[in-house]
Design a protein around this ligand. Structure first.
Ligand code: CMP
Length: 267
């Protein structure tokens, strides 16, 4: 089985080393999508899972751009790392010289190359006073990681702001069948969440015995937490309890608050 995991390096919890997505606020005109951000983003497959507050954050930090009439915004076959939301005007989408459609304000385009890591599937040309707001790759990655952390069963009770901070420190790693991810006895410095595939957990009781099979872990399971620093252990301990003691709401609330406090102290 091809293994794939997303790892969160505990060293990244050091406030000095945290690599957050930088959100710059760009003011928009009165007619901008800010007034009705749902209109464009909620219609789009990629964005429709986002909540109102997240959509507002995205719209607020998308830089506005105005281009001359008739210019080519995206060229079929080019590499691209930006997604656009058409604020004003009209754009025409063509493929191999054939017109596919005309887009009106509120439409999202340029998302396919970014989502599927392919070259631009069509050419987009300005037709009438084009103005868009654009979303950077880093922000898109962040929202993809948010979808992933929301899907992890142990994380489902956690508030959005904590999930967002977990998403900030995720890194994606791929493993091949038979690779060792963690060796017994080695210093642990990584917490893993499995996004795809399976891993086998074994333990060697003594040096003259063969490793003993303990369990198989699969998508949504996590491991590597035991050797982490105290602060991160606190978070994971809290998550474990969130799963097993959902009825003890006061205790749970206190844990979630403690976790929120921990994360706000490192942000
Ligand atoms: P992307 O491939 O990144 O760049 C060109 C964009 O044109 C593409 O993303 C879509 O947003 C858009 N596009 C491609 N094919 C079509 C189509 N058949 N109808 C409407 N829009 C399209």
């Amino acid at each position: 089985t091809k293994r794939q995991a997303i790892s969160a390096e505990p060293t990244a919890l050091d406030p000095a080393q945290l690599t957050h997505v930088t959100l710059t606020n760009y003011s928009k005109s009165e007619v901008s999508l800010r007034a009705d951000p749902n209109r464009a983003l909620l219609e789009n497959d990629f964005m429709k899972h986002l909540e109102q507050g997240q959509i507002q954050t995205i719209v607020d930090c998308m830089p506005p751009t105005r281009l001359a009439q008739g210019c080519c915004v995206l060229q079929e076959g080019d590499n691209g790392s930006l997604v656009y939301v058409l604020e004003e005007g009209k754009v025409e989408v063509t493929k191999g010289g054939q017109k596919l459609c005309t887009m009106d304000p509120g439409k999202v385009f340029g998302e396919l190359a970014v989502l599927y890591n392919c070259t631009r599937t069509a050419t987009v040309t300005d037709r009438q006073g084009f103005q868009t707001i654009m979303m950077s790759n880093g922000l898109i990655k962040h929202f993809q990681y948010m979808e992933f952390v929301r899907s992890v069963p142990s994380f489902q009770s956690l508030p959005e702001d904590i999930l967002s901070k977990v998403a900030d420190v995720l890194e994606e790693t791929h493993y091949s069948e038979g690779d060792y991810i963690i060796r017994q006895g080695a210093t642990g410095d990584t917490f893993f969440i499995i996004s795809e595939g399976q891993v086998k957990v074994t333990q060697q009781k003594s040096s003259n015995e063969n490793p003993e099979f303990l369990t198989t872990l699969t998508s949504g399971d996590w491991f590597g937490e035991q050797a982490l620093k105290g602060s991160f252990m606190h978070l994971i301990g809290g998550l474990d309890d969130v799963n097993s003691r959902q009825n003890e709401s006061d205790e749970l609330k206190a844990k979630l608050e403690a976790e929120a406090g921990f994360f706000s102290s490192v942000s």
